[in-house]
Design a protein around this ligand. Structure first.
Ligand code: NAD
Length: 471
């Protein structure tokens, strides 16, 4: 049993004023595995005060000094890779395929930020104006549970790259992963107050960070509903806001696609991280002409997927993070059937042979129309909706007929055609045939999927203000 009693303020682990406790579970066994003592609004204010004290010195640092800090953080996180792997597997139940990406990713983002700083021009001349890119002021980060260590590291790395200080409020559901990461980050020896982290509820600690005038910048990853609340609250003190929100990604399977390659990609995108991914491609758009062939291949491929705990390296799909998330996914599987979609694979209840743990059956619906709730709302579980289209124009119209616009996918064999389709999609990212993403490429959403971008120069500039010194 892991009991987490402290938060991190002004370079030290300290006991919070808040005394409420939150229970932590292993989602693969439903057993209680820990407890975290939560901070409150007063703790958030103490963390903001520490970040404000540290800001003047941080804003004067040179790019070279910040690169050195980023490299120290990268090394510290990389040195704890085994512990992070273990914490994520136990508290979160992520399949090994996701762990193999996300643990190295957490240290890699510091390296990416260091490269961005090295290649970035902080002062440039525009006519008679010397334009200086200055750090925006003290930042706050609020993160979700579904890729906890990666989000904390990305937001911390960007703050440091920009020369500012930060207060982080991670999801209360990921406290063991957070604590393991914090112990690593502490070893990097950052100046006091540059990094502060307060465990707590969103409506308590998150709300204080959103409204406190001492915070100049909020960077949030989480649901669209919470993002809206934060945006409204932050408006009062004109905070700069980056929002990374939900998605309902379309995957357009062009009629020239090679199905031997495309079908595994389709399922990997749809069921990524057990379907608990904002970038999951959860709407598959298939040409009517190839619908029968595609659905038959999907049925076979889904039946071969292994559902099981993280400890089994052959598991493709792990449990949902909580009982509540399990219920939510069940309710959408029920709703899809009530709305007239047909079950091709999966359905309600637990997978055969798994009588405990918040496991769901990977589910594929056919005969889905884009007005059904399963096609419009983010489910956040392994549920794929298959929709048919008659021609390229209709495929694009269906793909864009959504409030979301985070990540879309185009699968085919004609590169020029795929790029043409990508050019017409309303999304922050379009991935062609599952090409790997460049680490400096911007990430973020159109429409209700968010505001602003992370990574590379676009992510850095979201933490900077341009100042023109004229004459
Ligand atoms: P959530 O919105 O419920 O919570 C996210 C964070 O916000 C948590 O730390 C929570 O405590 C906090 N919070 C809740 N209410 C708040 C309030 N009133 N004020 C301030 N903070 C508050 O999201 P979740 O369930 O933890 O995560 C899943 C969601 O995150 C999904 O919608 C998913 O698409 C989204 N997500 C987006 C991205 C992206 O990069 N676009 C990445 C991962 C997850």
């Amino acid at each position: 049993m892991k009991i987490i009693e402290q938060i991190y303020v002004d370079g030290a682990f300290v006991t919070p004023e808040g005394s409420e406790r939150f229970e932590l579970f292993n989602p693969a066994t439903e057993e209680k595995i820990g407890e975290v003592r939560l901070g409150d609004a007063e703790d958030a204010r103490a963390a903001i005060a520490a970040a404000k004290r540290a800001f003047p010195a941080m804003r004067r640092t040179t790019p070279a000094e910040r690169i050195a800090m980023l490299q120290a953080l990268r090394d510290a996180v990389a040195a704890h890779a085994d512990a992070l792997h273990e914490a994520m597997a136990t508290e979160y139940g992520a399949p090994q395929s996701f762990l193999a990406f996300s643990v190295p990713h957490a240290s890699h983002v510091f390296e990416v930020a260091a490269k961005t700083v090295a290649g970035y021009t902080f002062t440039r001349q525009i006519g008679n104006a010397a334009v200086v890119m200055e750090p925006v002021g003290v930042a706050a980060a609020i993160t979700p549970w579904n890729s906890n260590i990666g989000f904390i590291c990305t937001k911390l790395a960007t703050a440091i790259a920009a020369g500012t200080t930060i207060v982080i409020k991670p999801s209360e559901m990921s406290a063991i992963q957070t604590q393991t990461l914090l112990e690593a980050l502490h070893e990097a020896g950052l100046p006091r107050g540059v990094l502060n982290l307060v465990n707590g509820y969103g409506h308590v600690v998150g709300a204080e960070l959103s409204q406190n005038p001492g915070i100049a910048k909020i960077t949030f990853t989480g649901s669209t509903t919470t993002g809206k609340t934060i945006l409204r609250t932050a408006a009062e003190s004109f905070k700069r806001v980056t929002l990374e929100l939900g998605g309902k990604g379309p995957q357009i399977l062009l009629d020239d696609a090679d199905l031997d390659h495309a079908i595994p990609h389709v399922l990997a995108s749809a069921f990524r991280n057990s379907g608990q991914a904002c970038i999951a491609g959860t709407r598959l758009l298939v040409s009517e002409r190839r619908l029968a062939e595609v659905t038959s291949r999907l049925a076979t491929a889904v039946s071969a997927l292994k559902i099981g705990p993280s400890s089994d390296p052959t598991s493709d799909i792990g449990p949902m993070v909580s009982a509540r998330q399990w219920q939510r996914v069940q309710s959408y599987i029920r709703l899809g059937q009530e709305d007239g979609a047909k079950l091709l694979a999966g359905g309600e209840g637990r997978p055969q042979g798994l009588d405990r743990g918040w496991f769901v059956r990977p589910t594929v619906f056919t005969d889905v129309t884009n007005d059904m709730r399963i096609a419009r709302e983010e489910i956040f579980g392994p549920v794929l909706s298959v929709l048919s289209y008659r021609g390229e124009d209709e495929a694009i119209a269906i793909a864009n007929d959504t409030d979301y616009g985070l990540q879309s996918y185009v699968l085919g064999t004609d590169a020029e055609r795929m790029r043409r389709v990508a050019g017409r999609l309303e999304a922050g990212r379009v991935v062609l045939n599952e090409a790997p993403a460049d680490a400096q490429a911007p990430f973020g959403g159109f429409k209700h999927s968010g505001i602003g971008r992370e990574f590379g120069p676009f992510g850095l500039e979201a933490f900077l203000e341009p100042k023109a010194i004229i004459g």
